[in-house]
Design a protein. Structure first.
Lengths: 349, 372
């Protein structure tokens, strides 16, 4: 019994960053819904989900390189590159669209692998390596889409940005009558399910030797190496996962805008926001600490602050100040525990 | 199987006419044609269902890092309190979403869901708004992109004709040079890849090509004062002498580059920065025969006025061309179209008399002080 309680306590202590971020998000999101004229409706939740998913996926992409003690400055750029690629290949009939989707994810994953290889075998610091490759990705994006445009299958967009119910009814898999009984489940926004799917793939991966090695390398690369863990493989895998998730974010952005746009300032915004989200979610930039769920909440906090500006009366020109203050407060709350830590291993005791 | 599903979805989407109600396309002329000029003779007119006021209007701005945008936001807040606007507006909300398209689309959708009647916006991207346009039409919300407009004819938009701004610049330089039909002209471009930059340059070159054999030297100034000053100084160092200059923005920097390099004052066309207009007045006697044409931040006021007119059930042009506010060294007057006591970076063109928008720059600044 005592051991059980001890484990629960440990589990909570290990996840305090995630829990804090989750609580802050819940609080802010509740305030938004209470004051929204149409609050607590599937419509509003669906719109919020559509708006947030690209950043949530970008934050998940950033989590893995941060876990390993690195950073990926190419998240926004890979996302933009994939977005531009998607605007070329995601149209036509069902086979063409499926192939196009596969191509997008493959290309972005390959880009991540390239980042990893440069970091491991080129022995270049991740921050410099990914800064350089981000310029390459943006160059490719501009090459693919010198001007915004392109075509995206509207069908695919409807399926991915609606609610589960809409998708099922529209795809003819179930009839309207049947789905009335599924209202709660049916109103779940499809984009949220995509995030769940990405998370579901992460959990088993985290339990593999490579997955465990990622955290181990982030905690102490020397110790991980001395313990015989596959350090190079873990590093390459971390950047590959990052590239893949950044690609998913780019594809989702294409679903939302039905076009491709090599928007350089936007790429920078997403990279910075993804790093912020990861830190708000309780990760430490020196590596070894952090998690997917925390980063998801981190990204959602960033978004939900902006949601509240649409409800509450705040002078437009001081909105960035308010946003920055809330972010600083959120990071401080998540980080108070880290200030007290004398030895990073304390976080696991 | 997959194809069947796709087909079913397509059928469901396209075969339901009641799914959204686009505004009616009606024959022109539209309402108040002196203010809301149709872009061309081919421009179609829209008519929405009449709604009873006062209305809830939101301004969804994108990027907010430069003075033009700040002045635009201040203008919007000031104009909402003016007669003609005040009695028609129940609630006016302003937000800036940054450069992220997802957030801007989300914000527009959010305001539609909150039951706002009209949304004016500066789009962060010329593409990608199909979904929100459809949603706005479905909910009978009037969406008005202005300044950075969309590549679509499905929504009412407000802008100045950028080609015309370029042509006016070309014509001014041709007129000032008089009998001189050749020579070196410096063209300082804006942000590369941007439609505004492209159109202004195309219009400018079109007029010059028709009126002589000019040698145009092109540099990229990004509409930025510092960048403009640097590239103009470089160009002067290499080419020694220009007969005239056209800059799309950062105009004060270009004049400063001329002063620093002791380049003689020549005919110049620039943007509507207050500082540039001050320079024109100061150096016109030495030969800085200047023209100042601006993309005024008060475009937001025209967009708001158009939104209100559309909500009142008037027929409106799909693409509204707002006359370009222009001043030359002959027409500049302190306290009227420039302000010697106000900041250089402010945009002096701040009103549109044909639209009854007569708010002046000091008024906008006063509004700000009251807010603090």
């Amino acid at each position: 019994m005592t051991t059980h309680r001890f484990k629960l306590g440990l589990a909570i202590r290990q996840r305090v960053g995630t829990i804090t971020a989750g609580a802050i998000f819940a609080l802010l999101y509740l305030a938004y819904h209470v004051h929204h004229p149409n609050g607590f409706t599937a419509q509003v939740v669906g719109q919020n989900a559509n708006e947030s998913v690209a950043l949530v996926l970008a934050a998940m992409a950033q989590t893995v390189p941060v876990l390993i003690g690195g950073i990926d400055l190419s998240v926004g750029a890979v996302m933009t590159m994939t977005n531009c690629l998607a605007s070329h290949v995601l149209s036509g009939n069902a086979q063409e669209v499926s192939l196009g989707l596969a191509a997008c994810i493959l290309v972005s994953t390959a880009f991540g692998v390239m980042n990893g290889v440069i970091v491991v075998y080129g022995r270049i610091q991740p921050i410099i390596a990914t800064l350089a490759t981000s310029a390459i990705a943006l160059g490719l994006a501009l090459l693919l889409r010198p001007f915004p445009g392109g075509e995206i299958s509207e069908t695919l967009s409807l399926l991915l940005t609606g609610s589960l119910l809409d998708s099922l009814v529209e795809s003819g898999l179930v009839s309207q009558g049947v789905t009335d009984n599924l209202s709660v489940l049916g109103n779940l926004p499809t984009p949220m399910l995509l995030v769940f799917a990405a998370g579901a793939l992460w959990i088993p991966f985290q339990r593999t030797v490579t997955g465990r090695s990622i955290v181990a390398v982030g905690s102490s690369e020397t110790a991980a190496f001395m313990s015989g863990l596959p350090v190079p493989r873990a590093k390459i895998a971390a950047f590959a996962v990052s590239g893949m998730l950044a690609g998913c974010a780019g594809v989702f952005l294409a679903m939302q805008t039905l076009s491709g746009n090599a928007d350089l300032p936007q790429a920078g915004t997403y990279t910075l926001a993804s790093i912020a989200a990861v830190v708000i979610g309780g990760a430490v930039l020196t590596g070894g600490v952090g998690g997917m769920l925390g980063s998801v909440f981190g990204a959602l906090i960033l978004r939900v602050i902006a949601f509240n500006f649409r409800i509450f009366e705040i002078e437009p020109l001081i909105q960035p100040l308010v946003e920055g203050t809330i972010l600083l407060a959120a990071i401080s709350v998540s980080a108070t525990r880290l200030l007290r830590v004398k030895n990073r291993l304390d976080l696991y005791r | 199987m997959k194809q069947t599903i796709m087909f079913a979805v397509c059928a469901a989407v396209f075969a339901s006419p009641s799914a959204w109600a686009d505004p009616k396309v009606v024959p022109g002329p539209g309402f108040d044609a002196t203010c809301f000029q149709p872009w061309s003779a081919q421009t179609k007119h829209f008519q929405w269902e009449k709604k009873s006021g006062p209305y809830r209007i939101a301004l969804v701005n994108g990027y907010v890092g430069n003075l033009w945008r700040i002045q635009m936001v201040k203008t919007a807040k000031a104009i909402a309190e003016k007669p003609g606007f005040k009695e028609n507006i129940k609630q006016f909300k302003v937000i800036s979403t940054g450069t992220d398209a997802a957030t801007q689309l989300g914000a527009i959708e959010d305001f539609i869901n909150q039951g706002y009647d009209a949304i004016v916006t500066i789009a962060v991207s010329p593409k990608g708004f199909d979904r929100v346009i459809r949603l706005a039409n479905k909910k009978n919300v009037v969406l008005v992109p202005f300044d950075n407009v969309l590549d679509t004819d499905k929504v009412m938009q407000v802008n100045e004709n950028q080609l015309e701004i370029g042509r006016m610049a070309g014509q001014w330089i041709v007129d000032q040079l008089g009998d001189k039909k050749s020579g070196k002209i410096l063209e300082v471009r804006g942000l590369p890849g941007n439609a505004t930059d492209r159109d202004r340059s195309v219009g400018f070159r079109e007029v010059l090509a028709k009126n002589g054999k000019f040698d145009i030297v092109q540099v990229v100034g990004n509409w930025d004062e510092g960048t403009g000053q640097k590239v103009a100084a470089d160009a002067i160092a290499v080419h020694k002498h220009f007969d005239a200059i056209f800059t799309q923005g950062g105009s004060t920097g270009i004049v400063r580059a001329m002063l620093d390099s002791k380049h003689p004052m020549v005919p110049i066309v620039g943007e509507a920065e207050n500082g540039f207009r001050k320079q024109i007045v100061k150096y016109a006697g030495e030969g800085l025969l200047g023209m100042s044409n601006g993309q005024s931040p008060a475009l937001v006021a025209v967009a708001m006025k158009a939104a209100i007119a559309a909500l009142q059930g008037n027929a409106m042009p799909q693409l509204i061309s707002v006359p370009v506010p222009s001043a030359t060294y002959k027409t500049l007057k302190d306290g009227e179209n420039y302000w010697s006591g106000l900041d250089d970076n402010m945009f002096a063109a701040s009103d549109y008399p044909p639209c009854g928008i007569t708010i002046t720059a000091p008024e906008i600044m006063a509004k700000d002080e009251k807010n603090d």
